[in-house]
Ligand binder design. Structure first.
Ligand code: FAD
Length: 468
Protein backbone atom coordinates (compact mmCIF):
# COMPACT_ATOMS: atom_id res chain seq x y z
CA UNK A 1 0.00 0.00 0.00
CA UNK A 2 1.36 3.44 -0.89
CA UNK A 3 1.77 6.16 1.72
CA UNK A 4 -0.96 8.78 2.04
CA UNK A 5 -1.01 12.38 0.90
CA UNK A 6 -0.43 14.24 4.18
CA UNK A 7 -1.82 17.73 4.69
CA UNK A 8 -0.78 19.95 7.59
CA UNK A 9 -3.48 22.50 8.44
CA UNK A 10 -7.24 22.02 8.45
CA UNK A 11 -8.55 25.26 7.02
CA UNK A 12 -8.73 27.02 3.68
CA UNK A 13 -5.69 25.73 1.81
CA UNK A 14 -5.41 22.37 3.56
CA UNK A 15 -9.02 21.28 3.28
CA UNK A 16 -9.35 22.58 -0.30
CA UNK A 17 -6.41 20.37 -1.25
CA UNK A 18 -7.63 17.33 0.66
CA UNK A 19 -11.17 17.66 -0.73
CA UNK A 20 -10.00 18.00 -4.33
CA UNK A 21 -7.61 15.08 -3.93
CA UNK A 22 -10.32 12.88 -2.39
CA UNK A 23 -12.75 13.73 -5.20
CA UNK A 24 -10.21 13.04 -7.95
CA UNK A 25 -8.74 9.94 -6.35
CA UNK A 26 -11.44 8.12 -4.36
CA UNK A 27 -9.05 5.17 -4.07
CA UNK A 28 -6.22 7.31 -2.60
CA UNK A 29 -5.52 8.09 1.06
CA UNK A 30 -5.34 11.60 2.45
CA UNK A 31 -4.77 12.59 6.09
CA UNK A 32 -5.28 16.13 7.40
CA UNK A 33 -3.55 17.08 10.65
CA UNK A 34 -4.95 20.15 12.41
CA UNK A 35 -3.36 21.29 15.63
CA UNK A 36 -6.48 23.02 16.92
CA UNK A 37 -10.09 22.00 17.50
CA UNK A 38 -11.57 24.21 14.79
CA UNK A 39 -11.49 23.26 11.15
CA UNK A 40 -12.92 24.82 7.99
CA UNK A 41 -13.60 28.20 9.60
CA UNK A 42 -13.80 31.71 8.19
CA UNK A 43 -11.19 34.04 9.66
CA UNK A 44 -12.66 36.69 7.38
CA UNK A 45 -16.00 36.60 9.17
CA UNK A 46 -14.58 36.96 12.69
CA UNK A 47 -14.79 40.79 12.86
CA UNK A 48 -18.49 40.52 11.99
CA UNK A 49 -18.99 37.87 14.65
CA UNK A 50 -17.34 40.13 17.23
CA UNK A 51 -19.55 42.95 15.99
CA UNK A 52 -22.65 40.82 16.47
CA UNK A 53 -23.71 41.00 12.83
CA UNK A 54 -22.94 37.28 12.53
CA UNK A 55 -24.90 35.81 15.38
CA UNK A 56 -23.43 32.41 16.16
CA UNK A 57 -19.85 31.22 16.09
CA UNK A 58 -21.03 28.15 14.20
CA UNK A 59 -22.13 30.44 11.35
CA UNK A 60 -18.42 30.88 10.61
CA UNK A 61 -17.87 27.19 10.00
CA UNK A 62 -18.14 25.66 6.59
CA UNK A 63 -17.57 21.90 6.89
CA UNK A 64 -18.10 19.88 10.06
CA UNK A 65 -15.57 17.19 11.00
CA UNK A 66 -18.04 14.47 9.94
CA UNK A 67 -18.61 16.15 6.56
CA UNK A 68 -14.86 16.15 6.04
CA UNK A 69 -14.68 12.45 6.93
CA UNK A 70 -17.61 11.77 4.57
CA UNK A 71 -15.46 13.13 1.77
CA UNK A 72 -13.01 10.29 2.37
CA UNK A 73 -10.51 12.42 4.28
CA UNK A 74 -8.91 11.11 7.47
CA UNK A 75 -9.14 14.13 9.78
CA UNK A 76 -6.95 14.36 12.88
CA UNK A 77 -7.85 17.36 15.02
CA UNK A 78 -5.71 18.36 18.02
CA UNK A 79 -2.73 16.84 16.19
CA UNK A 80 0.23 19.14 15.70
CA UNK A 81 2.89 18.31 13.14
CA UNK A 82 6.11 19.24 14.91
CA UNK A 83 8.77 18.04 12.48
CA UNK A 84 9.27 17.06 8.86
CA UNK A 85 11.93 14.71 7.53
CA UNK A 86 12.09 15.20 3.79
CA UNK A 87 14.72 12.43 3.31
CA UNK A 88 12.58 9.76 4.98
CA UNK A 89 9.35 11.41 3.80
CA UNK A 90 7.84 11.42 7.27
CA UNK A 91 6.22 13.87 9.64
CA UNK A 92 6.28 13.73 13.44
CA UNK A 93 2.91 14.35 15.02
CA UNK A 94 2.24 15.41 18.62
CA UNK A 95 -1.10 14.48 20.16
CA UNK A 96 -2.19 14.21 23.78
CA UNK A 97 1.40 14.11 25.04
CA UNK A 98 2.41 11.36 22.60
CA UNK A 99 4.46 11.54 19.43
CA UNK A 100 4.08 9.37 16.35
CA UNK A 101 5.68 9.25 12.94
CA UNK A 102 3.65 9.21 9.73
CA UNK A 103 5.06 8.52 6.25
CA UNK A 104 3.82 10.51 3.29
CA UNK A 105 3.85 10.13 -0.47
CA UNK A 106 3.30 13.86 -0.91
CA UNK A 107 3.14 16.54 1.77
CA UNK A 108 1.25 19.84 1.76
CA UNK A 109 2.24 22.47 4.29
CA UNK A 110 -0.85 24.65 4.77
CA UNK A 111 -0.11 25.99 8.23
CA UNK A 112 -1.26 29.56 7.64
CA UNK A 113 0.09 32.49 9.61
CA UNK A 114 -0.25 33.98 13.06
CA UNK A 115 -0.89 37.49 14.30
CA UNK A 116 2.12 39.46 15.45
CA UNK A 117 2.00 41.54 18.61
CA UNK A 118 5.43 41.01 20.20
CA UNK A 119 7.02 44.18 18.76
CA UNK A 120 4.71 46.12 21.10
CA UNK A 121 5.89 46.08 24.72
CA UNK A 122 3.13 44.99 27.07
CA UNK A 123 1.27 42.99 24.45
CA UNK A 124 1.16 39.97 26.76
CA UNK A 125 -0.96 41.83 29.34
CA UNK A 126 -4.45 40.52 29.95
CA UNK A 127 -7.00 42.46 27.93
CA UNK A 128 -4.68 42.76 24.91
CA UNK A 129 -5.94 40.71 21.99
CA UNK A 130 -5.09 39.91 18.44
CA UNK A 131 -7.74 38.60 16.09
CA UNK A 132 -6.52 35.44 14.45
CA UNK A 133 -8.78 32.44 14.72
CA UNK A 134 -12.08 31.48 16.24
CA UNK A 135 -10.82 31.21 19.83
CA UNK A 136 -9.65 34.83 19.73
CA UNK A 137 -12.98 35.96 18.26
CA UNK A 138 -14.91 34.11 21.00
CA UNK A 139 -12.73 35.64 23.72
CA UNK A 140 -13.23 39.20 22.44
CA UNK A 141 -16.93 38.66 21.95
CA UNK A 142 -17.16 37.34 25.52
CA UNK A 143 -15.43 40.44 26.92
CA UNK A 144 -17.74 42.75 25.02
CA UNK A 145 -20.90 41.18 26.35
CA UNK A 146 -24.07 40.95 24.40
CA UNK A 147 -24.74 43.34 21.52
CA UNK A 148 -28.39 42.30 21.29
CA UNK A 149 -27.58 38.85 19.96
CA UNK A 150 -26.56 35.58 21.57
CA UNK A 151 -23.37 35.58 23.65
CA UNK A 152 -20.76 32.92 22.87
CA UNK A 153 -22.50 29.57 22.90
CA UNK A 154 -20.35 27.40 25.17
CA UNK A 155 -22.31 24.28 24.25
CA UNK A 156 -20.44 24.28 20.91
CA UNK A 157 -17.98 21.43 21.19
CA UNK A 158 -14.87 23.30 20.04
CA UNK A 159 -15.42 26.47 22.11
CA UNK A 160 -12.75 27.07 24.73
CA UNK A 161 -15.26 27.28 27.60
CA UNK A 162 -12.79 28.22 30.29
CA UNK A 163 -11.55 31.28 28.40
CA UNK A 164 -15.01 32.36 27.35
CA UNK A 165 -16.38 32.06 30.89
CA UNK A 166 -13.45 34.00 32.30
CA UNK A 167 -13.94 36.89 29.88
CA UNK A 168 -17.72 36.85 30.20
CA UNK A 169 -17.22 37.58 33.90
CA UNK A 170 -15.25 40.76 33.12
CA UNK A 171 -16.79 44.19 33.50
CA UNK A 172 -17.71 45.24 29.93
CA UNK A 173 -15.07 47.67 28.61
CA UNK A 174 -15.81 51.31 27.82
CA UNK A 175 -12.68 52.41 25.97
CA UNK A 176 -10.73 50.37 23.45
CA UNK A 177 -7.57 51.08 21.49
CA UNK A 178 -6.88 49.45 18.16
CA UNK A 179 -3.17 49.42 17.40
CA UNK A 180 -2.76 49.32 13.62
CA UNK A 181 -4.97 50.92 10.99
CA UNK A 182 -4.82 48.08 8.48
CA UNK A 183 -7.87 46.24 7.29
CA UNK A 184 -8.30 44.06 10.40
CA UNK A 185 -7.89 47.12 12.64
CA UNK A 186 -10.53 49.06 10.74
CA UNK A 187 -12.97 46.15 10.64
CA UNK A 188 -12.53 45.77 14.39
CA UNK A 189 -13.01 49.51 15.00
CA UNK A 190 -16.39 49.09 13.32
CA UNK A 191 -17.13 46.10 15.58
CA UNK A 192 -16.19 48.00 18.74
CA UNK A 193 -18.29 51.02 17.78
CA UNK A 194 -21.26 48.69 17.29
CA UNK A 195 -20.89 47.78 20.96
CA UNK A 196 -20.89 51.48 21.86
CA UNK A 197 -17.23 51.61 22.91
CA UNK A 198 -15.12 54.75 22.78
CA UNK A 199 -12.74 53.61 20.04
CA UNK A 200 -9.24 54.90 19.27
CA UNK A 201 -7.17 53.76 16.31
CA UNK A 202 -3.40 54.25 16.37
CA UNK A 203 -1.60 54.20 13.05
CA UNK A 204 2.13 54.74 12.82
CA UNK A 205 2.05 56.08 9.25
CA UNK A 206 0.06 59.02 7.95
CA UNK A 207 -2.86 57.13 6.43
CA UNK A 208 -5.03 54.12 7.11
CA UNK A 209 -5.10 50.85 5.15
CA UNK A 210 -1.74 51.57 3.45
CA UNK A 211 -2.00 48.81 0.80
CA UNK A 212 -5.10 50.59 -0.57
CA UNK A 213 -3.17 53.79 -1.34
CA UNK A 214 -3.44 57.31 -0.07
CA UNK A 215 -6.73 58.38 -1.66
CA UNK A 216 -8.64 55.40 -0.25
CA UNK A 217 -6.90 55.82 3.10
CA UNK A 218 -8.01 59.45 3.29
CA UNK A 219 -11.62 58.64 2.46
CA UNK A 220 -11.67 55.90 5.08
CA UNK A 221 -10.13 58.24 7.65
CA UNK A 222 -12.80 60.90 7.05
CA UNK A 223 -15.54 58.31 7.21
CA UNK A 224 -14.40 56.51 10.37
CA UNK A 225 -14.05 59.86 12.14
CA UNK A 226 -17.66 60.61 11.20
CA UNK A 227 -18.55 57.29 12.83
CA UNK A 228 -17.07 58.47 16.14
CA UNK A 229 -13.66 56.79 15.96
CA UNK A 230 -10.72 58.85 17.25
CA UNK A 231 -7.79 58.47 14.88
CA UNK A 232 -4.19 58.90 15.97
CA UNK A 233 -2.28 58.86 12.69
CA UNK A 234 1.48 59.43 12.45
CA UNK A 235 1.50 58.19 16.03
CA UNK A 236 3.59 55.24 17.16
CA UNK A 237 2.49 53.24 20.18
CA UNK A 238 5.45 52.91 22.55
CA UNK A 239 4.04 50.41 25.01
CA UNK A 240 0.92 48.99 26.59
CA UNK A 241 0.94 49.62 30.32
CA UNK A 242 -0.72 47.93 33.28
CA UNK A 243 0.01 45.46 36.07
CA UNK A 244 -1.69 42.24 35.02
CA UNK A 245 -4.41 43.79 32.93
CA UNK A 246 -3.88 46.50 30.34
CA UNK A 247 -4.68 49.99 31.63
CA UNK A 248 -3.16 52.40 29.14
CA UNK A 249 -1.65 52.92 25.73
CA UNK A 250 1.55 54.90 25.96
CA UNK A 251 2.18 56.63 22.64
CA UNK A 252 4.54 59.27 21.36
CA UNK A 253 2.05 62.06 22.08
CA UNK A 254 0.91 60.93 25.54
CA UNK A 255 -1.01 58.26 27.38
CA UNK A 256 -4.56 57.00 26.90
CA UNK A 257 -6.42 55.07 29.59
CA UNK A 258 -8.09 51.99 28.04
CA UNK A 259 -9.93 48.84 29.14
CA UNK A 260 -9.11 46.75 26.10
CA UNK A 261 -6.57 46.71 23.27
CA UNK A 262 -6.70 45.02 19.89
CA UNK A 263 -3.33 44.73 18.18
CA UNK A 264 -3.60 44.44 14.40
CA UNK A 265 -0.10 45.16 13.16
CA UNK A 266 0.38 42.21 10.84
CA UNK A 267 0.95 38.49 10.60
CA UNK A 268 3.88 36.13 10.20
CA UNK A 269 3.88 32.85 8.22
CA UNK A 270 3.93 29.61 10.25
CA UNK A 271 6.96 27.85 8.82
CA UNK A 272 8.80 26.71 11.95
CA UNK A 273 8.09 23.04 11.32
CA UNK A 274 10.25 23.28 8.18
CA UNK A 275 13.31 24.55 10.00
CA UNK A 276 16.15 22.09 9.61
CA UNK A 277 14.72 20.83 6.31
CA UNK A 278 16.06 21.85 2.89
CA UNK A 279 12.70 23.48 2.03
CA UNK A 280 13.58 27.07 1.13
CA UNK A 281 11.87 30.15 2.46
CA UNK A 282 11.61 33.40 0.51
CA UNK A 283 12.50 36.91 1.65
CA UNK A 284 9.13 37.28 3.35
CA UNK A 285 9.79 34.22 5.52
CA UNK A 286 7.04 32.32 3.70
CA UNK A 287 7.78 29.15 1.72
CA UNK A 288 9.15 29.52 -1.79
CA UNK A 289 6.87 27.77 -4.28
CA UNK A 290 6.70 27.34 -8.04
CA UNK A 291 3.71 27.73 -10.35
CA UNK A 292 2.29 24.39 -9.13
CA UNK A 293 2.79 25.11 -5.42
CA UNK A 294 5.86 22.85 -5.28
CA UNK A 295 8.54 23.81 -2.78
CA UNK A 296 12.25 23.36 -3.44
CA UNK A 297 12.01 19.76 -2.19
CA UNK A 298 10.40 17.06 -4.27
CA UNK A 299 7.03 15.85 -2.96
CA UNK A 300 6.59 18.84 -0.63
CA UNK A 301 4.03 21.53 -1.49
CA UNK A 302 3.01 24.70 0.33
CA UNK A 303 -0.10 26.86 -0.03
CA UNK A 304 -1.99 29.70 1.58
CA UNK A 305 -0.73 32.16 4.17
CA UNK A 306 2.50 30.22 4.74
CA UNK A 307 3.57 30.36 1.07
CA UNK A 308 4.79 32.85 -1.50
CA UNK A 309 3.21 32.92 -4.94
CA UNK A 310 4.21 34.60 -8.21
CA UNK A 311 2.89 38.12 -8.56
CA UNK A 312 0.84 38.77 -11.69
CA UNK A 313 2.40 42.20 -12.33
CA UNK A 314 6.03 41.78 -11.31
CA UNK A 315 6.41 38.08 -12.08
CA UNK A 316 8.39 37.90 -8.82
CA UNK A 317 7.58 35.89 -5.69
CA UNK A 318 5.19 37.72 -3.39
CA UNK A 319 3.57 37.02 -0.06
CA UNK A 320 -0.02 38.23 -0.12
CA UNK A 321 -1.94 36.19 2.45
CA UNK A 322 -5.59 36.19 1.36
CA UNK A 323 -8.52 33.80 1.34
CA UNK A 324 -8.97 33.07 -2.36
CA UNK A 325 -5.22 32.65 -2.81
CA UNK A 326 -5.28 29.90 -0.15
CA UNK A 327 -8.38 28.10 -1.42
CA UNK A 328 -7.32 28.27 -5.06
CA UNK A 329 -3.77 27.07 -4.46
CA UNK A 330 -4.97 24.27 -2.18
CA UNK A 331 -7.45 23.04 -4.74
CA UNK A 332 -4.86 23.12 -7.55
CA UNK A 333 -2.33 21.21 -5.43
CA UNK A 334 -4.95 18.60 -4.54
CA UNK A 335 -5.53 18.07 -8.24
CA UNK A 336 -1.82 17.96 -9.04
CA UNK A 337 -1.11 15.40 -6.32
CA UNK A 338 -4.06 13.37 -7.58
CA UNK A 339 -2.32 13.12 -10.96
CA UNK A 340 -3.45 16.07 -13.08
CA UNK A 341 -0.90 18.89 -12.87
CA UNK A 342 -2.75 22.13 -12.26
CA UNK A 343 -1.16 25.59 -11.85
CA UNK A 344 -2.00 27.53 -8.70
CA UNK A 345 -2.34 30.81 -10.62
CA UNK A 346 -0.62 34.14 -10.11
CA UNK A 347 -1.77 36.61 -7.52
CA UNK A 348 -2.44 40.30 -8.07
CA UNK A 349 -3.09 41.14 -4.42
CA UNK A 350 -6.74 41.84 -5.12
CA UNK A 351 -8.36 42.82 -1.83
CA UNK A 352 -11.50 44.56 -0.60
CA UNK A 353 -12.42 46.01 2.76
CA UNK A 354 -15.51 47.52 4.34
CA UNK A 355 -15.00 50.34 6.82
CA UNK A 356 -18.44 51.08 8.27
CA UNK A 357 -20.30 52.26 5.12
CA UNK A 358 -17.17 52.88 3.08
CA UNK A 359 -15.87 50.23 0.70
CA UNK A 360 -12.41 49.99 -0.78
CA UNK A 361 -10.76 47.70 -3.28
CA UNK A 362 -7.15 47.44 -4.41
CA UNK A 363 -5.17 45.39 -6.90
CA UNK A 364 -1.63 45.21 -8.26
CA UNK A 365 0.87 48.02 -7.64
CA UNK A 366 -0.96 51.18 -6.86
CA UNK A 367 1.42 53.85 -5.93
CA UNK A 368 4.55 55.26 -7.35
CA UNK A 369 6.83 53.80 -4.73
CA UNK A 370 5.59 50.25 -5.20
CA UNK A 371 5.66 50.46 -8.97
CA UNK A 372 9.07 52.12 -9.07
CA UNK A 373 10.49 49.59 -6.64
CA UNK A 374 9.34 46.86 -8.99
CA UNK A 375 11.29 48.46 -11.86
CA UNK A 376 8.48 50.26 -13.69
CA UNK A 377 8.28 53.89 -14.78
CA UNK A 378 4.84 54.52 -13.33
CA UNK A 379 2.23 57.15 -13.99
CA UNK A 380 -0.85 57.49 -11.77
CA UNK A 381 -4.10 59.44 -11.75
CA UNK A 382 -6.79 59.69 -9.12
CA UNK A 383 -10.29 60.67 -10.26
CA UNK A 384 -13.63 61.00 -8.53
CA UNK A 385 -16.77 60.10 -10.46
CA UNK A 386 -20.38 59.24 -9.67
CA UNK A 387 -21.30 55.64 -8.96
CA UNK A 388 -24.71 55.97 -10.71
CA UNK A 389 -26.33 58.38 -13.14
CA UNK A 390 -26.43 61.76 -11.40
CA UNK A 391 -30.25 61.90 -11.42
CA UNK A 392 -30.67 58.42 -9.93
CA UNK A 393 -30.85 58.30 -6.11
CA UNK A 394 -28.44 56.39 -3.93
CA UNK A 395 -25.19 57.17 -5.71
CA UNK A 396 -21.92 58.26 -4.13
CA UNK A 397 -18.64 59.71 -5.27
CA UNK A 398 -16.31 56.92 -6.29
CA UNK A 399 -12.59 57.57 -6.11
CA UNK A 400 -10.40 55.62 -8.50
CA UNK A 401 -6.62 55.60 -8.53
CA UNK A 402 -5.12 53.99 -11.61
CA UNK A 403 -1.41 53.28 -12.05
CA UNK A 404 0.15 52.30 -15.37
CA UNK A 405 3.57 51.89 -16.89
CA UNK A 406 4.44 55.09 -18.79
CA UNK A 407 6.10 53.40 -21.78
CA UNK A 408 3.94 50.37 -22.40
CA UNK A 409 0.68 51.77 -21.05
CA UNK A 410 0.16 48.50 -19.19
CA UNK A 411 -2.18 48.79 -16.22
CA UNK A 412 -0.14 48.01 -13.09
CA UNK A 413 -2.70 48.51 -10.39
CA UNK A 414 -5.59 50.45 -9.00
CA UNK A 415 -7.64 51.30 -5.95
CA UNK A 416 -11.31 52.22 -5.69
CA UNK A 417 -13.24 53.67 -2.74
CA UNK A 418 -16.75 54.90 -2.13
CA UNK A 419 -19.99 53.99 -0.43
CA UNK A 420 -21.94 52.61 -3.37
CA UNK A 421 -20.62 49.22 -4.53
CA UNK A 422 -17.12 50.62 -4.94
CA UNK A 423 -15.29 47.54 -3.74
CA UNK A 424 -16.67 45.08 -6.26
CA UNK A 425 -15.63 47.38 -9.15
CA UNK A 426 -12.03 46.37 -8.40
CA UNK A 427 -12.71 43.07 -10.15
CA UNK A 428 -12.73 44.91 -13.49
CA UNK A 429 -9.18 46.07 -12.80
CA UNK A 430 -8.14 42.65 -11.48
CA UNK A 431 -9.28 41.11 -14.76
CA UNK A 432 -7.51 43.82 -16.75
CA UNK A 433 -4.27 43.17 -14.89
CA UNK A 434 -4.52 39.42 -15.34
CA UNK A 435 -4.78 40.06 -19.12
CA UNK A 436 -1.91 42.60 -19.28
CA UNK A 437 -4.39 45.19 -20.49
CA UNK A 438 -3.18 48.67 -21.44
CA UNK A 439 -4.91 51.85 -20.33
CA UNK A 440 -6.11 52.40 -23.91
CA UNK A 441 -7.67 48.94 -23.98
CA UNK A 442 -9.21 49.50 -20.55
CA UNK A 443 -10.82 52.70 -21.78
CA UNK A 444 -12.49 50.76 -24.60
CA UNK A 445 -13.93 48.02 -22.37
CA UNK A 446 -17.62 47.45 -22.95
CA UNK A 447 -18.79 47.84 -19.35
CA UNK A 448 -22.44 47.74 -18.34
CA UNK A 449 -24.51 50.88 -17.95
CA UNK A 450 -27.97 51.56 -16.49
CA UNK A 451 -28.77 54.48 -14.16
CA UNK A 452 -29.22 52.43 -10.93
CA UNK A 453 -25.84 50.74 -11.37
CA UNK A 454 -23.46 53.08 -13.12
CA UNK A 455 -23.19 56.29 -15.09
CA UNK A 456 -22.66 55.87 -18.85
CA UNK A 457 -18.94 56.07 -18.14
CA UNK A 458 -18.19 53.76 -15.25
CA UNK A 459 -15.71 55.35 -12.78
CA UNK A 460 -13.06 52.85 -13.95
CA UNK A 461 -13.52 54.05 -17.54
CA UNK A 462 -13.31 57.68 -16.40
CA UNK A 463 -9.97 56.95 -14.72
CA UNK A 464 -8.70 55.23 -17.87
CA UNK A 465 -9.77 58.21 -20.02
CA UNK A 466 -7.94 60.64 -17.75
CA UNK A 467 -4.77 58.52 -17.59
CA UNK A 468 -4.69 57.65 -21.30
P1 FAD B 1 -5.37 29.28 8.00
O1 FAD B 1 -6.77 29.59 7.63
O2 FAD B 1 -4.76 30.13 9.06
O3 FAD B 1 -5.26 27.74 8.42
C1 FAD B 1 -4.03 27.19 8.81
C2 FAD B 1 -4.34 26.05 9.79
O4 FAD B 1 -3.15 25.33 10.03
C3 FAD B 1 -4.82 26.56 11.14
O5 FAD B 1 -6.06 25.97 11.45
C4 FAD B 1 -3.72 26.13 12.11
O6 FAD B 1 -4.21 25.77 13.38
C5 FAD B 1 -3.14 24.92 11.39
N1 FAD B 1 -1.76 24.64 11.76
C6 FAD B 1 -0.73 25.52 11.85
N2 FAD B 1 0.41 24.87 12.17
C7 FAD B 1 0.12 23.56 12.30
C8 FAD B 1 0.87 22.41 12.63
N3 FAD B 1 2.18 22.49 12.85
N4 FAD B 1 0.23 21.23 12.68
C9 FAD B 1 -1.09 21.13 12.42
N5 FAD B 1 -1.87 22.21 12.11
C10 FAD B 1 -1.27 23.40 12.04
N6 FAD B 1 -8.72 37.19 3.40
C11 FAD B 1 -9.46 37.67 2.39
O7 FAD B 1 -9.20 37.34 1.23
N7 FAD B 1 -10.53 38.51 2.62
C12 FAD B 1 -10.87 38.92 3.87
O8 FAD B 1 -11.84 39.68 4.05
C13 FAD B 1 -10.07 38.46 4.97
N8 FAD B 1 -10.37 38.82 6.22
C14 FAD B 1 -9.61 38.34 7.26
C15 FAD B 1 -9.90 38.75 8.55
C16 FAD B 1 -9.14 38.30 9.60
C17 FAD B 1 -9.46 38.76 10.99
C18 FAD B 1 -8.06 37.39 9.37
C19 FAD B 1 -7.23 36.87 10.51
C20 FAD B 1 -7.77 36.95 8.09
C21 FAD B 1 -8.53 37.44 7.02
N9 FAD B 1 -8.26 37.06 5.71
C22 FAD B 1 -9.00 37.56 4.68
C23 FAD B 1 -7.14 36.14 5.40
C24 FAD B 1 -7.64 34.71 5.19
O9 FAD B 1 -8.45 34.33 6.25
C25 FAD B 1 -6.44 33.80 5.06
O10 FAD B 1 -5.72 34.21 3.93
C26 FAD B 1 -6.80 32.32 4.91
O11 FAD B 1 -7.53 31.86 6.01
C27 FAD B 1 -5.52 31.51 4.79
O12 FAD B 1 -5.83 30.15 4.78
P2 FAD B 1 -4.73 29.08 5.19
O13 FAD B 1 -5.38 27.75 5.04
O14 FAD B 1 -3.47 29.35 4.48
O15 FAD B 1 -4.41 29.39 6.73
Amino acid sequence: MSDPFVVVGGDAAGLSAASKFARERPDGDVIVYEKGRWISYAHCGTPYYVKGEVEHVTDLLSLSPSEVEDRGIALRRNHEVVAVDTDDRTVTVAHDGDRSVQSYSDLLVATGARAVSDPIDGSSLDGVFTLHGIDAACAIRAVLGEPGTDPVDTSVEAVDRETVERYTAWEPPETVAVVGGGYVGIEMAEAFRAHGLETHVFQRSGHLIPPFGEAAGQRVAEHVREQGVTLHTDCAVEELAGDDRVEAVVHEDGRLAVDLVLVGIGIRPNTELLSGTPVELGESGAVTTDDHGRTTVEGVYAAGDCAETRHAVTGEPAWVPLGLTANRAGRAIGQTVAGTPSPVGDIAGTAVVKAFDMECGRVGLIDHEAAEAAGFDPVSETVTAGSRSGYYPGGDETTVTLTADRDSGRVLGGAISGRDRAAIRIDTLATAIERDTTVAQLERLDLAYAPPFSPVWDPVLVAAKVLN
